[in-house]
Design a protein around this ligand. Sequence first.
Ligand code: SAH
Length: 371
Amino acid sequence: MVAPAKSGVSAAPLLDILRRRIAAEGPITVAAYMADCLLHPEHGYYRSQEAIGLHGDFITAPEISQMFGELLGLWAADYWQSLGCPDRCYLVELGPGRGTLMRDALRAARALPQFRAALTPVMIEASTRLRGLQEAALAHEGAIWCEQIAAIPKDAPLLLLANEFLDALPVRQFQRGDDGAWHERCVGLDEATNDLCFLLDPRALPFDDLLPQILRDSPPGSIVESSPPVRAVAVEIAARLKQQGGAALFIDYGYASAGAGETLQAVWRHTYADPLQNPGLADLTAHVDFGSFALAAKRAGAAVHGPVGQGVFLERLGIAARAAKLKQSNTTQAGDLDQALRRLTAPEAMGTLFKALALTPPESPKPAGFA
Ligand code: SAH
């Protein structure tokens, strides 16, 4: 699938860097491997590759249809009204990719001029390359960019959107050994071939807060994933919502409650690839454990709404009516619109595996779509 390396010289510059690092320092955790693959300053996937869209490696909901971003913009407008139409608020997006979702959300927001006038778009993006695409998509929209959630301004309510952001955050993996103990799964070097390979840290790990309790007795050989950065996002956003007010919407593919199993996956040019092949050239993601995310947010004082399947969520926001309206004005594109609607909502497409979950401060109105 992936172009083979030529005579000892890897096609992936990051591979040689990782080989040297592992040779010098020993195996690295799966989370450290994932972090380098995605965000290495020079060779990280999001920093160097054309990732998203028809010509990239994968396509996301906002790239499938304008309806997705528009409906999320209206979701934010609805919550702004339930906050009493504040004069100022921030429409924040985490991991905005090509900027398509925000562009479509702002177009929909213009239907309520008072809402559009109140909001400042805030883009949280770690990749300068993607930031460049976002700036082009949002020229004259008055947006500001930050690299980290901590830099989001604190002086007005937040309406926050995050589509396929959590799945890009690193996961640690743990495996139960034949000795009955849990060990961290790492990436090391195969002694014979010098290729990257998975191996287990020989040290037994205490089965602590990192792993869901219900998985303690999984049979030997089981792999369990845990993402401290995903939980940190839940805690940080919960704290901000308590301070500033507002609501946050996370949409991603994942599972509603924890289970054993490995979900780390690589995608290269719309095809699954080996996660250890060509680091930095393929996208690496893991399914989101919405159960752990929700628990972390609740412990940090937020109210959790959902998760509900993306299909049900978009239907509740009125995607069928929006598609019908667009078909009336674009009769030649009726077939494309039907296909986009199906991809976004059908259970066998993105409708069930993708889920929507919202956070608000406690005792706040329920956001649209979670009734
Ligand atoms: N939301 C977009 C793109 C999803 S890809 C869409 O739906 O099309 C993941 C996005 O998150 C990219 O923009 C990537 O650069 C960004 N990202 C990944 N890790 C990040 C981090 N730690 N901090 C900020 N942005 C990050």
